[in-house]
Design a protein around this ligand. Sequence first.
Ligand code: GDD
Length: 401
Amino acid sequence: MLIEIPRRTEIFGSVEINELQRVLKLDSGGFTNPRVKDIPFEELKKVLRRLAIVIPVKDESTQLLDGVLRSIPFDCSIIVVSNSERDKHDLYKMEKDIITKLHDLTQQEILGIHQKDPDLGFAFYEAGYDYLLDKDNLVRDGKSEGMIAGMLLAKSLGKDFIGFADADNYVPGSVREYVLDYAAGFCMSNSPYSMVRLHWRYKPKVVEDRLYFKRWGRVSESTNKYLNLLLSTNTRFETGVVLTGNAGEHALTAKLADIMSFSTDFSIEPYHFVYLFDVFGQKAKEILDLDVASSGIEIFQIETLNPHIHEEKGEKHIKNMLLSSLSTIYHSDLCNDYVKSKVLDELKELLETGEMPGENIVMPPIGRIDANKFTKLLEGQSETFVKFEQGAIEREVENEE
Ligand code: GDD
């Protein structure tokens, strides 16, 4: 892959945010240049073997899920965490059939579980991690809640890198690129605590019967603006470095996943920044982790080559996402009265007069959970858990020898 080298890196305490990098070519020929980095496919493949892709899914078309599953490179493991309907129609059964068939045909490692499985709730309860459980000890609804379950399963497979891909993508080829972009980010990283966040080149919409290649989504534009304002007001140097505030498509090292707190549902992605700024930024009250402070946390923002075409979920969903994204910023330790007033202005149509944005639920780090023990509680117990191991690895090792 040929990818631009970031021109600038913004440093805020232990957090290093690299400017947006464009993917110039998905395949490259080893041409080196001071402005671009050539990453041979073999290097990407080494990362793919250490990467699990978590796919959160809730009531998506099975055709879309099927395409996304088939697009994930073979060397990665796939983890599907579903919160799909099971009552009227058992959609999860269909999802499980797709997973099983995919494994039968490809031998790729693939795991699946349903978010509302009582055994999943029990495994969290036993781990002493009840922050995402409801009163019946079931995992709450929410994309973030599903992602946390996925991260623990990825850790139990011994993976060093964990990435996410939404299940409602119409273009399987773009999902394949996202995964390669994650691998490229980790190839460039020097810290064990790093994160790769994708910015889609275009998000096409139909306008007057024709495709319009939009660059920015409404929610992302606002989230980026206020995350940058948060940074600018604290460093006193204006910046526009954050361009991936809502990046659903992102990946992080398992070591970084261990030390992050996670905000609920769709506020998880903007909260990554808020958490890192609050806890590891230059105004952090104390140094919580010396290893993190000395290694630094690297954030790569990569602009994809492919556009993103996905299922639209409607105006209410967009408004909720905007509200929960900006709430994370409003409640940051670093948010002063000026930024608060700007956020309130932005949200005035969504809040009653005098109403403040509610604080999102935040779930503490998962690092102290024993992921193997957690997964053992599911194996052989849970009705919805499936685990298919990779079948073709021996042949590959033989070939390498
Ligand atoms: N397991 C699980 N549990 N998955 C869920 C849940 C849940 O409660 N709710 C939604 N999902 C799945 C969806 O099926 C989809 O695969 C993915 O999470 C994203 O949800 P969408 O409803 O499609 O979100 P979106 O497309 O509006 O927003 C996405 O992109 C944003 C950036 O533009 C999300 O990834 C956002 O988090 C992201 O900020």
